[in-house]
Ligand binder design. Structure first.
Ligand code: C5P
Length: 220
């Protein structure tokens, strides 16, 4: 079908999901937000009062978790075992705990195999932390998107204005989540050797989208 797979990785708050969604729109590709899947798993495990330290119990729940991403005019709906969790998975509670559950190998394997299935027919833009390194090592185009911690905190701050969290707190939270994601043993956040590094600190969304779409044209 002439389509390729595009992997977009990078740290929290770099704008990956906004950009990935727009790139998918521009190319008529399917957007897959893998962070939403880790968030849905976190929501599910927290609802069942399973702690991330309790790996055995987490692993007992893993096969029972069915996480679906459904296209929706307002973006993408996230469904976990039939429940629409699109809003809940963005809560501070889920955000604050997701990296701890995401370090569990058995949980990652479960979500990774679902992600690979979604990309089998090509034409997917997938964003996350380990897409280029682990989930889709054969993706035809890999981009590692970053921005300074300060800039990423500022972008989140503008999104979250009403929640009453300070910019300094956001900066600390983002740095802490990056550290957990970079230091974990399984599929840590790192740039795949063949990924194009894109520092977006001084770029707006439009520019980033156009840049990735132009990379895509040369990758085909
Ligand atoms: O992208 P987002 O910020 O929604 O991701 C939430 C968390 O999910 C990340 O901080 C990371 O711990 C985890 N994650 C992951 N691997 C992915 C995507 C997300 O470990 N491919």
């Amino acid at each position: 079908n002439g389509k390729i797979n595009i992997a977009i990785d990078g740290p929290a708050g770099a704008g990956k999901s906004t950009v990935a969604r727009r790139v998918a729109e521009a190319l008529s590709y399917v957007y897959v937000d893998t962070g939403a899947m880790y968030r849905a798993a976190t929501w599910y495990l927290m609802k069942h009062e399973v702690l991330p330290e309790d790996v055995q119990e987490v692993l007992q729940h893993v096969p029972k978790m069915v996480i679906e991403l459904k296209p929706d005019p307002s973006g993408q709906k996230v469904i976990c075992n039939g429940v629409d969790v699109t809003a809940e998975i963005r809560s501070l509670d889920v955000t604050g705990n997701v990296s701890r559950y995401a370090s569990i190998a058995g949980l990652r394997e479960h979500l990774t195999s679902g992600q690979r299935r979604m990309a089998e027919c090509k034409g997917v833009v997938m964003d996350g932390r380990d897409i280029g390194t682990t989930v889709l090592p054969d993706a035809e185009l890999k981009v590692f998107m970053t921005a300074s911690v300060k800039e990423r905190a500022l972008r989140r701050f503008k999104e979250l204005r009403e929640v009453g969290i300070t910019l300094e707190q956001l900066e600390r939270d983002i740095a802490a989540r990056d550290k957990l994601d970079e230091d974990r043993e399984v599929s840590p956040l790192r740039r795949s050797e063949d990924a194009i590094m894109l520092d977006t600190t001084h770029m707006d969304i439009e520019e980033v989208v156009d840049t990735i779409v132009s990379y895509c044209k040369t990758a085909i």
